[in-house]
Design a protein around this ligand. Structure first.
Ligand code: UDP
Ligand code: MG
Length: 135
C-alpha cells in the first residue's frame, strides 16, 4: 500500500445535473481526500492538449468538444492506492458495462457522457495534476 495522488474530473454532463456533491461524497466515503478542487470551463484547445494520448482515436474530436462544452470540476484526490481506488469507484468506461454502485453506473449517460475522468497510472496522474494545478 502506498499513498498516491490522482486527478479526477467531473465532466460537463454531471456538473450540469448537479451531481458534484454526490460524486465528491463517494470519494470521501471511500477514503479519498479531496486535496484541491476547482470548477473551470476549458477551451477546446486545452481539452485537445489534455486528451492528446487519444489523438489517433476516432472519437478524439468529439471528446475534446465535449470536455470543453461546459463547466467541469477538477480535483486532486489523495489516499492509499488512489489511482486504482478511484478507477474502481468510477467503473467501466461504458456505463452499461460498469459494476453496480460505481459512479458511471449510477450517473453515466453513455460511453461519451460518462460523468467522470480518472488518471490511469502514476505517470499520467503526475502529468494530469500538473496540467490543471501548476501555478
Ligand atoms: N470515449 C468515447 N468513445 C469511446 C471510448 C472512449 O467517447 O469509444 C471517451 C469517454 O468519455 C472516455 C474517454 O473517451 O472516458 C477516454 O477514453 P479511455 O479509454 O481513456 O476511458 P477512461 O479512462 O475514461 O475509462
Ligand atoms: Mg483513460
Amino acid at each position: 500500500m502506498s499513498k498516491e495522488r490522482t486527478l479526477s474530473i467531473i465532466k460537463p454532463d454531471a456538473v450540469e445535473r448537479n451531481l458534484v456533491e454526490n460524486i465528491k461524497s463517494i470519494f470521501i466515503k471511500n477514503n479519498l481526500i479531496i486535496q484541491d478542487s476547482k470548477k473551470i470551463h476549458i477551451t477546446k484547445d486545452e481539452a485537445s492538449e489534455f486528451y492528446k494520448v487519444h489523438q489517433s482515436k476516432p472519437f478524439y474530436n468529439e471528446l475534446c468538444s465535449y470536455l470543453s462544452s461546459g463547466p467541469i470540476v477538477v480535483m486532486i484526490l489523495e489516499g492509499e492506492n488512489a489511482i486504482k481506488s478511484n478507477r474502481k469507484l468510477m467503473g467501466a468506461t461504458n456505463p452499461k458495462e460498469a459494476e453496480e454502485n460505481t459512479i458511471r453506473k449510477l450517473y453515466g449517460i453513455s460511453i461519451d457522457k460518462n460523468s467522470v475522468h480518472g488518471s490511469d497510472s502514476l505517470e499520467n496522474a503526475k502529468k494530469e495534476i500538473e496540467f490543471f494545478f501548476k501555478n
